[in-house]
Design a protein around this ligand. Sequence first.
Ligand code: AP5
Length: 209
Amino acid sequence: MSSIVLFGPPGAGKGTQAERIMISTGLPQVSTGDMLRAAVKEQTPTGLEAKGYMEAGQLVPDSIIIELIRQRIKLPDAIDGVMFDGFPRTIPQAEALAEITDVTHVIAIEVPDEKIVERICGRYSCSNCGLVFHETFNPVPESGCTCGNFEEKRRADDNQDTVLSRLSAYHEQTSPLAEWYDNLGIFHRIDGDRAIDLISTDILEALGN
Ligand code: AP5
């Protein structure tokens, strides 16, 4: 089993690009953020423990995240590899990942901090199909969402205060992973401050697709 990692600050466009890469590579998207939000909604023990960290814009403890991933990759769709979105975010998470799968590419989507708040605070999604949009940069088409049943949803942690905490967590705990993966020769930097289609083209090229 070999996998790829989408890496980058909050709001860099990992989820947006994951939708497209999934279509081209066939790899299922494994987003720890989505898994945690589902656990919070269902009020599972994991969700109840994670909720406070997420609302505060802090990282959820490694033990919880690693267990979530261990369970997720046992599912049949993960047999040929997956595309991790927002995982790993700490060195212990990367160490755990190295024990369970061979990571072939880490795609780092780079966006300057000053663009992040604007991106996060303008984000909304379709609660029916999960597609992500932006008020200014990527609005839902006038014809409506492709699922045909658009209903707007906003994330509880998409506000200015929480974004700043999430950015701090990224710089302090996650960005050291760039050097870790660079030393392994599998780290690909992509300029994420461009049109969505141009970024997708560069990512697919880095993946050899
Ligand atoms: P998570 O859900 O992973 O959030 P995140 O990393 O903060 O990333 P986002 O989902 O906010 O952004 P994205 O990069 O996917 O951007 P998107 O494509 O939506 O994590 C949430 C929380 O869960 C964390 O804070 C933490 O508490 C916890 N957690 C999750 N994983 C964890 C882990 N491994 N360890 C510990 N804790 C964990 O795009 C953003 C917006 O920009 C959208 O509106 C989009 O339309 C727009 N956009 C996208 N691309 C472009 C572009 N090129 N130009 C203009 N606009 C664009």
